[in-house]
Design a protein around this ligand. Sequence first.
Ligand code: ADP
Length: 627
Amino acid sequence: MSMKGQETRGFQSEVKQLLQLMIHSLYSNKEIFLRELISNASDAADKLRFRALSDAALYENNGELHVRISTDKEARTLTISDNGIGMTRDEVIDNLGTIAKSGTKSFLESIGQDQAKDSQLIGQFGVGFYSAFIVADKVTVRTRAAGESADKGVFWESEGEGDYSVADIEKADRGTEITLHLREGEDEYLDDWRLRSIISKYSDHISLPVEIETKNEEDGTVTWEKINKAQALWTRNKAEVSDEEYKEFYKHISHDFADPLSWAHNRVEGKQEYTSLLYVPSKAPWDLWNREQRHGLKLYVQRVFIMDEAEQFMPNYLRFIRGLVDSNDLPLNVSREILQDSSVTRNLRSALTKRALQMLQKLAENKPEEYQAFWKEFGLVLKEGPAEDSSNIETIAKLLRFASTHNDSDAQTVSLEDYVNRMVEGQEKIYYITADSYAAAKNSPHLELFRKKGIEVLLLSDRIDEWMMNYLTEFDGKSFQSVSKADESLDKLADEEKQAEQEETDKQLAPFVERIKTLLGDKVKDVKLTHRLTDTPAIVTTSADEMTTQMAKLFAAAGQAVPEVKYNFELNPNHPLVKQTAELTDEALFADWVNLLLDQALFAERGSLEDPNQFIRLVNQLLVQKA
Ligand code: ADP
């Protein structure tokens, strides 16, 4: 039988992949398909209400929105039917045949069949409509967009393999009706009680009434019974909402399968009137680093859904926060453009940013282990905070976590408060080092003096760290100091009791220092002796006014012109290699040794050398001479 305008089309390859992965990974959590489909119906109702604000005719004299669930035990079908916005033929093809999110292909490829068993991975992607195929081997959709005539109905059907068919049909009622032809063994979804329990578990918090069909056995009449509370969760009193309900609501708005780590629900009255419900997810979404991906809160105005992903209400460094804001002060016809430069938006953004930071602070104080889990997922994003939001920098700084010489592992667990509490007597600054890796930071010769003195150093090795430290200048009245930069406070820390002895050595070795200066010329900025080292013969440092090595690397990696970094060459007069070099009278040999020491120091600092072959030749040559 062929229908009017019928055609068969292939699914986009991403859809095929998703269907495959989903069926293999969600077998232990099948019932969620109903949550996903009810969630879509609720979104469709939200969209209709929003469009009807400017065109009430779209209601077609029926403004009572609902989603209805019915079964046909003989045909073994389950039907979910809404009177929301509906879809046109083009929309059906776009929405139910493709996945528009950018980056989907590589994400799905990266999961692979084995990992697909981990339902969290696929869950965080948001399987939506396609989840119907977990329990159905055929899905039929009949839909008609609001505002279109009855003959503009669209039929869609697929067995969830490679293709689907679409056709034109008559559909008198606006909205979408989805019929699931249940797979063998999935008869539980025909059972009235089973359906009721799933629906109340997943749908109490949405404002759309979810109704289930009851047939009168005697006269065959059908009545619809509302079985959820059908009150938008955020409009309810905090005290009356259970944790379970908050968690379910999170899954509804975020399309995440995992529970959130934390949430904050607030109603504010007075000059500004709004309700906000913010969530911290427990897992980073798959597209957290995709800059094109929208993020932000759901915006409601006076309980009416206005838009998804209103990014104006959260700064970028909090882009992982999910949730909604319901404002009484914005106009119902607000657009993204109007939001952009409205003072109401600005005030809301500032208040919601504070709220989100507060929520993180509470998590850090009350549930440090969960905060640690949060930091692992989102720490890198939060590190953008000091640069982006100077007005909250104190609070952001308290939320940062670092690896440090105080611990043996690379885990970022040390807060600045911890650090300050452990500062030793006479220590004025917060010391840190930036490097390419944790190992490079931890083993840096710059740390020798600090080890000896028992002074903690923060070990920074994320790419963003160097950049962040440019904005983080002070915490609790103490300034930050990179240990690879020359600094007076470092010299002060060197053993004071041995000062006389040191001065004596310095005086004796002054000609040696001069001899190196003459030899190296403007290859270096300065040559000095240092008493900060124990096991290392020499290091290089940058002056306070110079770019650090890490910063220069970041610039170079970004393709920017980098001014050449001129280093101070600092030698440890107590190291045997340095002592030995100072004794050399043969000028050529002296030059070899000095260059070797300098190359070593540069190598340790930068992790690379301009001319590694030259360095290796020098080492080998000197080894042969020794042997
Ligand atoms: P998501 O909801 O995450 O966008 P889905 O795969 O669940 O992904 O749905 C894809 C799109 O299909 C939705 O964005 C929506 O535009 C449309 N859609 C799904 N269900 C309905 C429905 N019941 N009524 C109207 N449109 C729908």
